[in-house]
Design a protein around this ligand. Sequence first.
Ligand SMILES: *Cc1c(COP(=O)(O)O)cnc(C)c1O
Length: 387
Amino acid sequence: MIPGPIEVSPEVQAAHQGPPPGHLAPNLVEAFGSSLASMRQIWRARPEDQPFLVAGSGTLAMDMAAANLVQSGDRVLVVGTGYFSQRMAKIFGRYGADVARVDAIPGQAVTLDEIEQALEREQPRVVSITHVDTSTGVRMNAQAVAEKAKRVGALTVVDGVCSTGAEALSMADGTVDVHLTASQKALGLPAGLAFFVASPRAMEARASLSLDPPMYLDFRVWQPIMRAYEDREKAYFATPPTNLVMASQVGLKQIEEDAFNGLRGIEGRVARHQRVASAMDAAWSALGLTHVCDRPQDRGSTLSALRYPKGVGPELVGAIGKEGVTVAGGLHPQMKDAYFRVGHMGWVTMHPPLLERTVRSVAHGLAASGWPVDIEGAVTAFKDRLN
Ligand SMILES: *Cc1c(COP(=O)(O)O)cnc(C)c1O
């Protein structure tokens, strides 16, 4: 129950465990093409947008976005909500960008007014935003930021590593230019794949660079490969992790075929995550826990970042682990010993007994650490909210 790598479905695991296909094998070509087609549904991409699937982690996707969108002297505005926004700012800096930041107090979101003022002041070529910051649990309204950025002619990069597949974000209106993620978090796959969709404006930005980016990072090198696979044709530039591609076909289809509360596909998936986050929140409240992010409307639904209660510290993570459930410690450098994190994304959101077990383990861990709790009260609060 850490915020990634997460539990994957038995079907994804089975697909991952098959004999390694060659990169030109018919089943691999089909799995690759089908994964790209599923991405179009999950990202709500337009036909002119280009999905990419490349071996690497989320940080590779971040590097690729920067390497293809900016060159020396380009102004970039990074919306800072935590650890991963800081990383994005450093990455843009490495490609020579002149990076300006608009940072939130840890645990808070940056307001749209602050962003509007920063856009006015900085006149950036690119705006970068972390949809759900995994270090604080803060969710930004990435769609609204992208709309504002487009109005001043800036490109928008959204880091969706902890949100894509679980939070609402659509490329259909042409506001978002690069929406990137990795396999092991909200998409519910094993680690090792970077996923992103680039808009035509992002591809034009790449075309206008005066120097080519490193070959493995180059959108233009990968684009014909992606097009071929999507047309179910063989292609080769660099060998894909073929077992992961087999797993990806199955996992992305499961998102496309999800249904919850009368909603289908990604909409159903988003609603399911919202319901689960709300039920987990009911349990946390009953246990006397509070979130790092105070404002409910600024919290993502993929994880809970919870302050240690009075008299309890990082030893709680080990105490919960003794109950058989793995949670994560804090990550934000300014406050990492003050809170812990519980992921609730992907496959587990379809399995209430696993979520209940998590609530019980956190409750028992708290009790063992000397914090008085009503375990059954927390479980009842969880169940009442879930149903
Ligand atoms: C985990 C994470 C990353 C980094 O992804 P890796 O796959 O670990 O490289 C980037 N951004 C966010 C929001 C993340 O949660």
